[in-house]
Design a protein around this ligand. Structure first.
Ligand code: FES
Length: 208
């Protein structure tokens, strides 16, 4: 199928790498032969990862071609799901959860800390190309609010100060522990677990 016209600045030369071609075939093999379009979301995700975290029009239409479906079907899916980005993002793509539990626990301050630290607005890429920030709806870690997702990892129990430290550490190429930033075990209460303490201490085969 012939691709549609491309916006300025988006070249036509997107193609899966050999490694991603193998991955694409593995995904497609999970579906009946006449249903390979079911692999669309997985292949768009593959294309986005290969394309630096966003889906250009050529990348979307390459996937459509690959699955032998009309380009509009791939565009519909790519533009519907918020996990697909339609413009370039930073190497570290920060998604700040702003839904009620995170908002009540200070997500506005987290967003402001990111914008101030990076000197960017929402959806803008920092000058060094390393960071971009957006706000998103609930990411399912409400018990550890406020939290952000950076690329594939969650950073939870944040404060504006801790958020700024994380940005500094990532900028310098340092390691930042994922999960709770206060050392909470999963979503246990602040100060540590309050119940089932004997069970937690029990050795395998012991206990009630
Ligand atoms: S509201 Fe932020 S993770 Fe659910």
């Amino acid at each position: 199928m012939k691709a549609t016209s491309y916006p300025q600045g988006q070249s036509e030369d997107f193609a899966f790498t050999q490694e991603n071609l193998r991955r694409a075939e593995t995904v497609i093999a999970r579906y009946p032969k006449d249903r390979k379009s079911s692999a669309l979301i997985a292949l768009l995700d593959l294309a986005q990862r290969q394309n630096g975290g966003w889906l250009s029009v050529p990348a979307i239409e390459y996937v459509a071609n690959y699955l032998e479906i009309a380009p509009i079907r791939a565009h519909e899916v790519a533009s519907f799901y918020s996990m697909f980005n339609d413009q370039p993002v930073g190497k570290y793509f920060i998604q700040v959860c702003r839904t009620t539990p995170c908002w009540l626990r200070g997500s506005d301050g987290i967003t402001e800390a990111c914008k101030k630290k990076l000197g960017v607005g929402l959806r803008q890429v920092s000058e060094d190309g390393l960071f971009s920030v957006i706000e998103v709806e609930c990411l399912g870690a409400c018990a550890n609010a406020p939290m952000v997702q950076i690329n594939d990892d969650y950073y939870e129990d944040l404060t504006p100060e801790r958020m700024a430290e994380i940005i500094d550490a990532l900028r310098e190429g340092g390691e930042v522990p994922v999960g709770s930033q206060t050392g909470r075990l999963s979503s246990a209460p602040e100060g540590g677990p309050q119940t089932l303490l004997e069970v937690a201490d029990a050795k395998p085969g012991e206990g009630a």
